[in-house]
Design a protein around this ligand. Sequence first.
Ligand SMILES: C[S@@+](CC[C@H](N)C(=O)[O-])C[C@H]1O[C@@H](n2cnc3c(N)ncnc32)[C@H](O)[C@@H]1O
Length: 288
Amino acid sequence: MSKTKKNYIDLGERGRLNKNNKLNDLTGKEWLKFTKSWFILRPPRRKENELLHPAKFPETLVEEFIRFFTKKDAWILDPFMGTGSTLIAAGSLKRKSVGVEITKKYFTTANRRIKQKGFSKLASPLQGNSLQLKNVLADNGFDKKEFDYTITSPPYWNQLERNSIRQKDRKQKGLDTRYSLNPDDLGNIASYENFLEQQALVFDQVYDVTKPGGYLTIITNNVYCDGALYPLAFDTAVSLTKRKEKSWVLKDEKVWLQDDKKLIALGVNNAWVGNRHHQYCLIFRKEK
Ligand SMILES: C[S@@+](CC[C@H](N)C(=O)[O-])C[C@H]1O[C@@H](n2cnc3c(N)ncnc32)[C@H](O)[C@@H]1O
């Protein structure tokens, strides 16, 4: 590593690191690479204790976002923690993190995985209801905490219940095909409009605990239900930018292309039903 002119440190292959970089610890070259609007990710095969959860996202994906949206020692939040992927990704990048999960067995899995990785000092998994996010944080001593970044994947409305063809295989293997029967679990909300409103109530609270200028990434998708596509990802984007007081600014979407999923014969010889092999990573910022 050698010093070049004034504000830059030359990191060789990685490129040049600007000492005044306000957002992250990336070189200009790495920064630019991440700004592409799509990426292909083939995550490593999930381990047995992770298979229990029906919709875990890969740590490698979260790591890329955390690297871009934070510096070392930042505080990261995940209000829909599941099995703790965000907290593990944060720990491996030396960031501190808090996650909230409503379902005890996923909380227990998250807790165990965090301990196994040796991240207990950096990561705080909490069991609770994110509709009461600020109370859950306060009850656990995080009432004064301001987070630099939130990355999360809420339930995709009622998709686990509905997506019966894809879930058939899991059912046969005796794996979970829904998160819980708890009415506060957002995955159990029947009405699409109500789901959007409840989801927005969680992100209102995330807004309150985010530092000014902090970012939020939501991984979600448009969903197919009863013969029609519900633009859940797009409506999520709209709903969070139209709040009375706590409106997030939508900055972009990055599309996660999944080219490792099998095509399923849906509607063949009859009518259009797509194989949806991509997801949206929506990027918001708190600017007011
Ligand atoms: C798409 S999964 C998140 C998976 C997670 N990213 C992972 O990699 O394991 C959504 C999670 O939100 C949880 N959840 C649903 N409603 C919740 C609520 N009101 N408060 C906290 N967690 C909730 C579900 O139990 C589920 O684990």
